[in-house]
Design a protein around this ligand. Structure first.
Ligand SMILES: Cc1cc2nc3c(=O)[nH]c(=O)nc-3n(C[C@H](O)[C@H](O)[C@H](O)COP(=O)(O)OP(=O)(O)OC[C@H]3O[C@@H](n4cnc5c(N)ncnc54)[C@H](O)[C@@H]3O)c2cc1C
Length: 415
């Protein structure tokens, strides 16, 4: 039996940020990961730290679009039809948030979290000297069609009303900002607040520092179950022994509902698979992270690397790589970038974003299990919100008032 104060389950950006924040406060903490560190969604994502994208996945017309694309094997958004009552219940809830009111309601809490996270990136990277290709050069959305570009103008006005710093650009301004864009690109949106990072380098670097500060990290240790005494978790059983922590932090990404179920907590959450292709940076490479509007994908320069990322596939717990969708990502990038010659790929990857029906994370202490804190459901914004989530978890553990308002992120808000 291992006795320790805080046990974190999950070695992605959320769990590792929490381990670091706690270790820095001198708290005795152990992180348990079923595989190797940072091999879930936190590994090969687009690495954007993006306050300007403080929007949830559910929005007006989103579900309908997914249904229309169900028969398209190359679509960027796909719902795999399957018999699964939990998925069906999640979809019904998700539908309730696919409207303008819910969409607008979600923006301020996401914006606050991201705005609190970005300075933490700067602070932690500088303090710990982390080599993770972090840059704050903004982001740029590229448009090929007038229809989308005009809709983008409306989006900019809408987001500016929420205080976000972005600008709608004509063709010349877009090409001046990003010379690697093809002549067919007719305009853009400049997301001035955004930054980017190599997410895996950041997580591994932070984990190393956390260990130096005293955190224990146990990999290849799968959490198998819990025992409870009243409203408290008493023990956590893993494939590498049993732990008896004072408090447990559940940060297991898309797998979290399986573990929460074992504690009698219903956590509506679905895995939304995405893909990325990483290559050496070509001679004519984008200098700024790009969002490709019509292709619905991202292109991020990360030091010596360039990464294409995209697709949102509601297909359950699975990291199987669908080559047709990956190929659609490669072809999507070629429509926007000057240098689109096929190049040697270093990695083709898939990962699962953890998504709640309202598109907001679950962050907070459980009402049902008093020594449990949940931190998951960050959907498309887990990298962006990783450090602030770690900081807030450390505050909750230590019974300090959270530095960010958590009202929208209640763990049992659907019960
Ligand atoms: C294609 C793509 C692009 C993306 N781009 C961006 C982006 O640009 N910006 C952004 O902010 N976000 C982005 N995201 C989202 C981001 O990757 C996720 O929100 C984030 O990585 C979630 O982190 P996590 O720590 O919650 O989950 P994960 O990284 O998945 O970590 C969870 C960990 O828990 C472990 N675990 C699970 N069950 C157990 C168990 N029983 N016992 C022990 N360990 C367990 C898993 O092995 C895993 O390592 C993207 C995602 C994808 C797929």
């Amino acid at each position: 039996m291992n006795y320790n104060d805080i046990l974190i389950i999950g070695g992605g950006i959320i769990g590792v940020s929490a381990a670091y924040a706690l270790a820095r406060e001198g708290v005795s903490v152990t992180l348990i990961e079923k595989g190797e560190l940072c091999t879930g969604s936190s590994h090969g994502n687009a690495g954007m730290v993006c306050p300007c994208h403080s929007t949830p996945i559910p929005g007006p017309g989103v579900l309908w679009q997914g249904i229309k694309w169900m028969t398209n094997p190359e679509s960027p958004f796909y719902i795999r039809p399957r018999y699964d009552p939990e998925f069906f219940a999640w979809l019904l809830k998700f539908r309730q948030y696919c409207n303008e009111t819910a969409y607008h309601r979600a923006i301020p809490p996401l914006r606050e979290m991201q705005r609190a996270s970005l300075p933490l990136y700067q602070e932690w990277i500088a303090r710990e000297n982390l080599a993770c290709d972090f840059e704050k050069v903004g982001g740029l959305e590229l448009f090929l069609t007038h229809e989308k570009h005009e809709a983008g103008r409306h989006h900019v006005d809408e987001m500016r009303a929420f205080g976000l710093d972005m600008e709608w650009l004509d063709r010349d301004a877009t090409h001046a900002l990003e010379p690697a864009a093809r002549p067919e690109v007719i305009g853009g949106i400049h997301y001035k607040e955004d930054a980017h990072v190599n997410p895996a380098k950041f997580v591994h670097g932070l984990a190393e520092v956390a260990q130096r500060l005293g955190a224990q990290i146990v990999t290849k240790a799968q959490v198998l179950g819990f025992t409870r005494e009243g409203t408290q978790i008493k023990t956590v059983r893993t494939s590498k022994g049993t732990f008896q922590p004072q408090q447990v932090v559940l940060a297991a990404g898309a797998w979290t509902p399986l573990l929460a179920q074992g504690l009698g907590i219903e956590l509506p959450l679905q895995a939304a698979k995405g893909y990325s292709v990483t290559m050496n940076r070509p001679p004519i490479s984008p200098r700024i992270p790009l969002h490709l509007a019509e292709a619905r994908m991202a292109v991020t320069p990360m030091g010596a690397l360039l990464r294409y990322a995209g697709t949102l596939e509601l297909s359950g717990i699975s990291t199987t790589i669908n080559e047709r969708r990956v190929d659609a990502i490669r072809r999507g990038a070629a429509r926007y970038l000057v240098d689109s010659t096929p190049r040697e790929e270093i990695e083709v990857w898939s990962g699962m974003r953890p998504v709640a029906p309202d598109g907001l994370p679950y962050i907070g202490r459980s009402r049902k299990v008093s020594n449990l804190i949940v931190a998951t459901g960050h959907a498309m914004l887990g990298v962006s919100m990783g450090p602030v989530t770690g900081k807030v978890v450390s505050e909750l553990v230590r019974d300090v008032a959270p530095s960010v308002e958590l009202g929208a992120f209640g763990v049992e808000r659907f019960q």
